[in-house]
Ligand binder design. Structure first.
Ligand SMILES: [Fe+2]
Length: 500
């Protein structure tokens, strides 16, 4: 499907290069990838689903940040001998609106609609943040509303899933669920910001039945994106950054309504027992983070690992950068975050009595999107894999590996590039930790084409085992999932006109 002619870049100066991940992908493709360097491992079979912002305009409105952009799924089918690529937009109401001419009708997170009335409501659910597998379907997740259901073979949008009406008032279902590998249950939360700030905590059975197991109300609840799971608790790390709900309801942009208490505020560690008993809430020095890696019980203590930013002002800086009104030839120029702050992996140990200790477990780098062997969920993991950079090009352009047993940091650099979160795939069901592959998608900014990258997780410094070159670029991506199930490469893909 083609939504509009793809525009080519007029020049290749550096500013233009680094803005390329924020150029819309206005085609929907489905083809076998024929240009492959190296050899994909024959026993690496399954399907990689990734999602992220794909289109940075809604009708005639140019969006202010990637967070408001329509969610686009990129799928790679690996059958042991070939790689097939397909991309499809999630058919959300905003996506369908955007097929029409005229300005956006419903506000985004940081982009307001023209006039007043389009902004006196919750932002549009763009389904752009994560894609996970549940009960035979894929769910496209966005943290402020319910998931969109997708067919894993056709990528057809099947509607939303509010779990039989059991989600809270806002319908929020976060983009970062976690799984108990023993029971196969999914755990997740929804952050209700209205009418009272509330963390709703959910358990979802492997067949998709949802139960609310707890609800935590805090009047000074901060914005929260992620959490982790132990055998006993859901572990939340709430930083002192809060949206002013009154201002949001009066139509202010989300970024303008954020209040920061970085010097006199506190970070709250919240342990929510999986058995539904009373949550434990402890305060500590203010931190700043976005993503959590994993958590586990060490006796009575919960230990949680996350990427801690060394600049407390990072989020304000990046959102402010996104608001830069400076005119520029490239309409997406203002979406670029010029420099990511330094960060490192930390592990916080939280005792049930409220004693909190911190251990720094990695060297400093500009890292994000922490991943690990998900078979180790709820248990101590030895290796953390991240996207990151040692440079100042405004993008993560390498894959980093931290071995907590030795303290070693190794990495693989892709040059002038923008690389996604690495996903670890174990070689087999019973393989040792680190014995497997890392899958990621890299955007070669000079060629303006994207690639599926396969790394040997045990030796990321060696460089890719295989690179499958797409014929076009994919915009910046957020999160994804690998399933061992091989999607049907010949399933009929629906025409979008049938979905309107
Ligand atoms: Fe995320």
């Amino acid at each position: 499907m083609t939504l509009a002619p793809e525009h080519s870049a007029p020049d290749t100066d550096f500013d233009e290069l680094i803005s390329r991940p924020f150029e819309s992908q206005l085609h929907e493709y489905d083809y076998e990838v024929t240009e492959i360097d190296g050899t994909p491992p024959a026993d690496l079979t399954g399907t990689l689903f990734r999602i992220g912002p794909g289109k940075f305009e809604v009708g005639t409105t140019v969006l202010r940040t990637m967070f408001d952009a329509d969610g686009m799924v990129s799928r790679f089918i690996l059958d042991g001998s070939s790689v097939r690529f397909t991309n499809r937009y999630v058919r959300t109401p905003q996506f369908r609106d955007g097929l029409q001419q005229g300005p956006m009708r419903r506000r985004g997170i940081t982009t307001n609609a023209p006039g007043i009335f389009g902004n006196l409501r919750a932002p549009a659910n763009t389904a752009n943040t994560n894609i996970v597998s549940l009960a035979g379907e894929m769910l496209a997740l966005w943290e402020g509303g319910p998931p969109h259901r997708l067919d894993p073979d056709t990528l057809e949008t099947l509607g939303t899933n509010d779990f039989e009406g059991k989600l809270g008032y806002v319908g929020a279902f976060s983009a970062h669920p976690k799984w108990d590998p023993v029971t196969g249950e999914m755990f997740n939360f929804g952050l209700d910001v209205f009418p009272t700030p509330r963390l709703r905590c959910y358990r979802v059975s492997p067949s998709g039945q949802l139960t609310q197991i707890n609800s935590v109300t805090l009047w000074d609840m901060g914005w929260n994106h992620d959490f982790a799971l132990t055998e006993k608790y859901l572990v939340f790390v709430l930083d002192p950054i809060r949206p002013n709900i009154g201002q949001l309801l009066r139509g202010k942009r989300f970024d303008e309504s954020l209040e920061y208490q970085l010097t006199n505020g506190s970070t709250k560690f919240i342990l929510v027992p999986r058995d539904g008993s009373k949550p434990l809430i402890f305060e500590h020095d203010p931190q700043l983070h976005i993503h959590v890696t994993n958590a586990f019980q060490d006796g009575p203590d919960a230990v949680v690992e996350f990427v801690r930013y060394e600049s407390l002002d990072f989020l304000r800086q990046s959102l402010t950068a996104a608001l830069d009104p400076t005119p520029h030839q490239n309409p997406h120029h203002h979406l670029v975050i010029r420099e990511w702050p330094d960060s490192h992996l930390v592990r916080f140990r939280i005792s049930p009595t409220g004693r909190i200790t911190e251990e720094v477990v990695s060297q400093s780098a500009k890292i994000e999107f922490p991943q690990y062997d998900w078979r180790r969920s709820t248990r101590n993991h030895d290796i953390t894999y991240c996207a990151g950079t040692l440079e100042r090009i405004g993008h993560y352009n390498g894959i980093f590996k931290f071995d907590h047993r030795t303290g070693a940091m190794t990495h693989c650099d892709f040059g002038t590039a923008s690389v996604c979160e690495p996903i670890f795939v174990p070689r087999g069901v019973d393989s040792a930790q680190d014995d497997g592959w890392l899958l990621t998608v890299n955007h070669d900014l000079v060629e303006n084409r994207s690639q599926l990258i396969v790394l040997d997780a045990r030796d990321v410094e060696r460089g890719p085992l295989a690179v499958a070159h797409l014929t076009h670029h994919l915009p910046i991506g957020f999160h994804g999932t690998f399933t061992r199930r091989v999607a049907d490469p010949f399933a009929p893909l629906p025409h979008p006109d049938l979905l309107s």
